[in-house]
Write a protein that binds this ligand. Structure first.
Ligand code: NAD
Ligand code: MG
Length: 384
C-alpha cells in the first residue's frame, strides 16, 4: 500500500490529538507531513519534533518567532491564515484532517477542496457556513469529503447498506447534553462549568457548549443536509442519552440501519483515515449486555430552542447557515467571557437569524459578508 500523507489543521485540539494517536497506532502506512494550530506554539513544536512534518503553520502571528525558534532544522514554519493555506498547498499531502474549530478553518480547507484532496472533516462550522460552495466544488475537483463527526461518520458508513435513492430519512442521535433533565430556568442561568460538563463525550470547549445548548445538533442538521444531499424533512433528531447508537438511516423498505460503538472519537477518525478499509482500533469494543438498555426520547424544542434554528437554516438555505453559525460562534464567545447568560446564546442567535435578509444563491464573498454582519449584530445586541 502507498503511504498516505496527512496534514492536520488544528493538530493541538481534541480531534487533532486523537488523530495523532490513531496515526501512532496505524503505523508506517500513514505519515504526517503538515501540522497547523491556532496559537499554542509550545504544543505544536512538541508535536512537530515528534512527527517531523515538512511544514508546520501557526495562525497567531505573535507566536511565529517562538515556533520558528523552537524548530531549527528542515521544517518549514509558516504563519497567519495564509500560512495555513500554504501548508495545504506545499506539504504535498493526500489527506487534510479539518479539525480547526469555527470558520477560521475555512480558507485552508477550501484550498484543499480546490486541489482535489481527500478531506476528513471534523470542522462542521465550515460546512454549515459554506456547504453551498464546498460541495459543488468538491464534485468538480474530485475532492472526497469523509465526515469525522460521529453522527455523520455513522451515516456515511451505514449508507453502504443500500442505494442512495433507497434512503427515506436519517436519524441524528443526540446525547441531550448536560441539561437534558434540567428546567428551562436552570438552563437559562447555567454557568460555564455546568455547560462544560458533558455526560458522554470529551471534546473541545466550543463544541461542548454547543452540545449543552443543542446548537451542536442544529449545526449537524445543516452539516447532514450538505454532506448527504438531504431535504431538511429527511433529517430527524432523536435524543439517545447513552451515545451508543451514533446515527441511523431509514431505507425505503422500512429497515433502520445503525452504527453503534462506545463514544470514542478515535473510531470515526480512523475510519476517515483508512476508508474504504477498516483496521483494528484501540477504542473499547461495545459490551451490549453490560449496557443492558438504550433509551430514546423526542427532542424538547422548548427547552432547547437552538434546535429549531438548525431546521430553519437548512430550510432557508443560501446565507442562513453562515448567519446561524457566525451568530452562535460570537454568542458562545460572549458567554465564555461572562458577558451573557447561557440562555442568551440561542436567543441572540435566533434574533440575528430572524432579521437576516437572505441571499438565496450566495457567492463565497456574500457568505463571508453574512458571517461578518451576524457577528457584528450579536455584539450590537449586547453592547448597545
Ligand atoms: P479544540 O478547541 O479542542 O481544538 C481546536 C483546534 O483549532 C486547536 O488545534 C486550535 O489551535 C485550532 N484553532 C483555533 N482557532 C484557530 C484559528 N483561528 N486558526 C487556526 N487554528 C485554530 O476543538 P475540537 O473539539 O478538537 O473541535 C474541532 C472541530 O471538530 C470543531 O469544529 C468541532 O465541532 C468538531 N468536532 C469535534 C468533536 C470532538 O470530539 N472534539 C466531535 C465532532 C466534531
Ligand atoms: Mg457530532
Amino acid at each position: 500500500m502507498q503511504q498516505k500523507r496527512i496534514a492536520i489543521l488544528g493538530s493541538t485540539g481534541s480531534i487533532g490529538r486523537n488523530t495523532l494517536e490513531v496515526i501512532d497506532d496505524l503505523g508506517s502506512g500513514w505519515r504526517i507531513v503538515g501540522l497547523a494550530a491556532g496559537s499554542r506554539s509550545e504544543a505544536l513544536a512538541r508535536q512537530a519534533r515528534k512527527y517531523e512534518p515538512s511544514h508546520v503553520a501557526i495562525a497567531d502571528n505573535s507566536r511565529f518567532e517562538h515556533l520558528r525558534g523552537a524548530l531549527a532544522g528542515d521544517i518549514t514554519v509558516l504563519n497567519g491564515e495564509r500560512g495555513l493555506v500554504d501548508l495545504v498547498e506545499k506539504s504535498d499531502c493526500d489527506c487534510v484532517v479539518a479539525a480547526i474549530v469555527g470558520t477560521a478553518g475555512l480558507p485552508a480547507t477550501l484550498r484543499a477542496v480546490e486541489l482535489g484532496k481527500t478531506i476528513a472533516v471534523a470542522n462542521k462550522e465550515i460546512l454549515v457556513t459554506a456547504g453551498a460552495i464546498i460541495m459543488p466544488l468538491a464534485k468538480r475537483t474530485g475532492a472526497r469529503l469523509i465526515p469525522i463527526d460521529s453522527e455523520h461518520s455513522a451515516i456515511y458508513q451505514v449508507l453502504h447498506a443500500g442505494r442512495r435513492n433507497e434512503v427515506r430519512k436519517v436519524y441524528l442521535t443526540a446525547s441531550g447534553g448536560p441539561f437534558r433533565t434540567a428546567t428551562i430556568e436552570e438552563i437559562h442561568n447555567a454557568t460555564l462549568d455546568d455547560a462544560l460538563n458533558h455526560p458522554t463525550w470529551s471534546m473541545g470547549p466550543k463544541i461542548t457548549i454547543d452540545s449543552a445548548t443543542m446548537m451542536n445538533k442544529a449545526l449537524e442538521i445543516v452539516e447532514a443536509k450538505w454532506l448527504f444531499d438531504l431535504a431538511p424533512d429527511q433529517i430527524e433528531v432523536v435524543v439517545h442519552p447513552e451515545s451508543i447508537i451514533h446515527s441511523l438511516v431509514e431505507f425505503c423498505d422500512g429497515s433502520l440501519v445503525a452504527q453503534l460503538g462506545t463514544p470514542d472519537m478515535r473510531t470515526p477518525i480512523q475510519y476517515a483515515l483508512t476508508y474504504p478499509e477498516r483496521r483494528p482500533c484501540r477504542s473499547t469494543p461495545l459490551d451490549l449486555v453490560g449496557i443492558g438498555q438504550m433509551n430514546f426520547f423526542a427532542p424538547d424544542f422548548e427547552k432547547f430552542p437552538a434546535l429549531r434554528l438548525g431546521y430553519e437554516a437548512a430550510r432557508r438555505g443560501g446565507t442562513a447557515g453562515a448567519v446561524l453559525n457566525a451568530a452562535n460562534e460570537a454568542a458562545v464567545e460572549l458567554f465564555r467571557r461572562g458577558d451573557i447568560r447561557f440562555g442568551e446564546i440561542a436567543e441572540l442567535t435566533a434574533r440575528v437569524l430572524d432579521r437576516h435578509e437572505l441571499v438565496a444563491e450566495p457567492t463565497l464573498e456574500q457568505l463571508l459578508a453574512a458571517d461578518r454582519q451576524a457577528r457584528d449584530e450579536v455584539s450590537q445586541c449586547v453592547f448597545c
